[in-house]
Design a protein around this ligand. Structure first.
Ligand code: SUG
Length: 421
C-alpha cells in the first residue's frame, strides 16, 4: 500500500476525570470538580474512530498510559491514596490524569517524503508546561517504539530537553499537494508574557526540525498570536488546521497573519488558505465551539471533509459560516459533526484526540491498527471494565485505583499488548 494518512486516536482512559489541571484551557477550568463519565467518554471516542473507518480511512489506536502513575507519584514522594493538603491533592490528581487520550500532543511527526533518510520521524513531546502532562512522554515513547518498531521506515526520538516546552503535533502543521509528496512543515510557537502560559517554545520546535533532518527551506517557524493564547487557544490546533494544500485558520491565529500566508505560498504555490474572519466568527466563538479543532481529512473521493465537534455545529455563527462555505464551493466539501462531549469538557476536540502519521499501514505494528471487529472488542472491554463515573473527590481511593488499573490491564490483554503493562 502507498503512504496514506493514518489517524491514531487515543482511547479515553478509565481514570478520565475533571480535576481542572490546565490553566489557560478554558474548558478544563470551567468543568473542574464535575463528575466525569469515563465509560461514555471512551465509547464516544470509539464511535468517532468508527465514523472515520466508515469514511474509508485508515484508523489507528493508542492505549491509555498507566494511571494512577506509580513512577510519577513515587518521584514526588506521594502514594496513590494519601489524604493530603490541597497542593498535594492536585499533584495526586495529576498522577490520575487520563490526558494521554489527546494524542495530538504525543509527538511531532515528519513523514518520509520530508526527511533525508526517507523514514518517518517522530519526536515525543515533553509537555513540560503542565505537571499532569509532563509525566506522559516516557510511556508515550514506549508505545511509539512498539507501534513504529520497523526501523527501515520509522525513527522515534526521545523528547527534547525540558528547558523548552514542546506540545507535539498540536503546534505543527504540514502542507503538501498530496500526503505522499514532500511537504512544508509549519511549527507554531508562543511567547510568554500573557495571562496564560505559552506552551510551545520556539527552540523546541527548531530542535524537532533538526532532529528530523528537515530542509530549513521547507520549514516555517510561526509565532502564535498572543491574543489567541489570551483567549484560550492553549494550542495552535484550537485556531488552525491544515490538510494537504489547504490551511483552514482563524484570522487571529498568528502574530503576523499576512506574512505567514505569504511565506506559505512562497514555499507551496498550490496552497489554498481559508481564513475565517473575526467578524464572521469571533475568537471567543471559535475557541468555545472548537471549529478549528477539527479533522480536516481527504476522503477517498478526493474531496475534503471536516470532522467537527457537535458544539461547533450548534454554535450559530459557526454554522452560518460552514453553510456559506459549502454553498460557495469552498475546498471543504463535507461537514461531519461528531459527539465527543466528554473529551470536549476538558478542552479536547476531534483533532486533539488523534495523531496523524503518514505511512504505509503495512509497516505499522498491526496491534495498533483498528477495524470494526477490533472496535467491537475494545467496546466490550470498556463496557465491562471502565468506571461509569468519577467524582474528582474520589481520586486517591484505593478501590478506584484498583478498578482503573485492572481496566487498563484488561485492555492490554485483549489487544495482546502485554509489553506495555
Ligand atoms: O493539555 N486537557 C488537555 C487538552 C489537550 C488538547 N489537545 C490539543 N489541543 N491538541 C490539555 O490542556 C485537562 C485535564 C484536567 O483538567 O483534568 C487537560 O489536560
Amino acid at each position: 500500500m502507498p503512504l496514506v494518512e493514518i489517524n491514531f486516536d487515543g482511547l479515553v482512559g478509565p481514570s478520565h476525570n475533571y480535576a481542572g489541571l490546565s490553566l489557560g484551557n478554558l474548558a478544563s477550568s470551567a468543568h473542574a470538580g464535575e463528575v466525569s463519565y469515563p465509560r461514555a467518554a471512551a465509547l464516544q471516542g470509539l464511535a468517532k474512530m468508527r465514523h472515520n473507518l466508515d469514511l474509508g480511512l485508515v484508523q489507528g489506536l493508542f492505549s491509555p498510559l498507566p494511571r494512577p502513575n506509580p513512577r510519577f507519584l513515587g518521584a514526588l514522594g506521594l502514594n496513590a491514596s494519601d489524604d493530603a493538603d490541597p497542593v498535594q491533592r492536585r499533584l495526586r490528581a495529576a498522577a490520575w490524569s487520563a490526558s494521554s487520550m489527546w494524542t495530538a500532543n504525543a509527538a511531532t511527526v515528519s513523514p518520509a517524503p520530508d526527511t533525508p533518510d526517507r523514514r518517518c520521524h517522530l519526536t515525543a513531546a515533553n509537555l513540560v508546561t503542565m505537571p499532569h502532562r509532563s509525566q506522559e512522554w516516557p510511556d508515550t515513547v514506549r508505545q511509539l517504539r512498539l507501534a513504529f518498531a520497523d526501523a527501515a521506515h520509522f525513527a522515534v526520538h526521545d523528547a527534547v530537553p525540558p528547558c523548552f516546552g514542546d506540545e507535539g503535533a498540536a503546534n505543527h502543521m504540514r502542507m503538501c499537494v498530496r500526503h505522499d509528496a514532500p511537504g512544508v512543515e509549519l511549527f507554531v510557537y508562543g511567547k510568554t508574557g500573557g495571562a496564560f502560559p505559552a506552551r510551545q517554545h520556539e527552540q523546541a520546535s527548531r530542535a524537532v526540525a533538526r532532529l528530523h533532518g528537515l530542509d530549513p527551506a521547507r520549514c516555517l517557524f510561526i509565532e502564535q498570536s498572543s491574543e489567541a493564547i489570551a483567549a484560550g487557544a492553549f494550542h495552535n490546533d484550537v485556531v488552525a488546521v491544515a490538510n494537504e494544500r489547504v490551511l483552514f485558520t482563524h484570522e487571529q491565529a498568528f502574530a503576523d497573519p499576512h506574512g505567514t500566508y505569504a511565506a506559505i505560498r512562497e514555499r507551496l504555490p498550490e496552497a489554498e488558505i481559508v481564513v475565517v474572519s473575526a467578524s464572521a466568527v469571533s475568537l471567543a466563538d471559535a475557541i468555545s465551539s472548537y471549529l478549528f479543532n477539527a479533522q480536516l481529512l481527504t476522503l477517498p473521493t478526493g474531496e475534503m471533509g471536516l470532522v467537527i465537534p457537535l458544539e461547533a455545529w450548534e454554535t450559530p455563527a459557526v454554522r452560518v459560516w460552514l453553510e456559506g462555505h459549502i454553498a460557495s464551493n469552498g475546498p471543504i466539501r463535507r461537514v461531519l459533526p461528531v459527539d465527543v462531549r466528554q473529551s470536549m469538557a476538558n478542552g479536547g476536540g476531534p483533532a486533539c484526540l488523534r495523531l496523524r502519521v503518514v505511512a504505509d499501514p503495512a509497516t505499522v505494528d498491526p496491534r495498533f491498527l483498528l477495524d470494526h471487529d477490533k472496535a467491537t472488542l475494545v467496546e466490550q472491554v470498556v463496557a465491562a471494565h471502565w468506571p461509569e463515573q468519577i467524582d474528582p473527590a474520589d481520586l486517591g481511593r484505593d478501590s478506584l485505583a484498583q478498578t482503573v488499573t485492572s481496566a487498563r490491564a484488561a485492555l492490554l490483554d485483549a489487544l495482546d499488548l502485554g509489553e506495555l503493562a
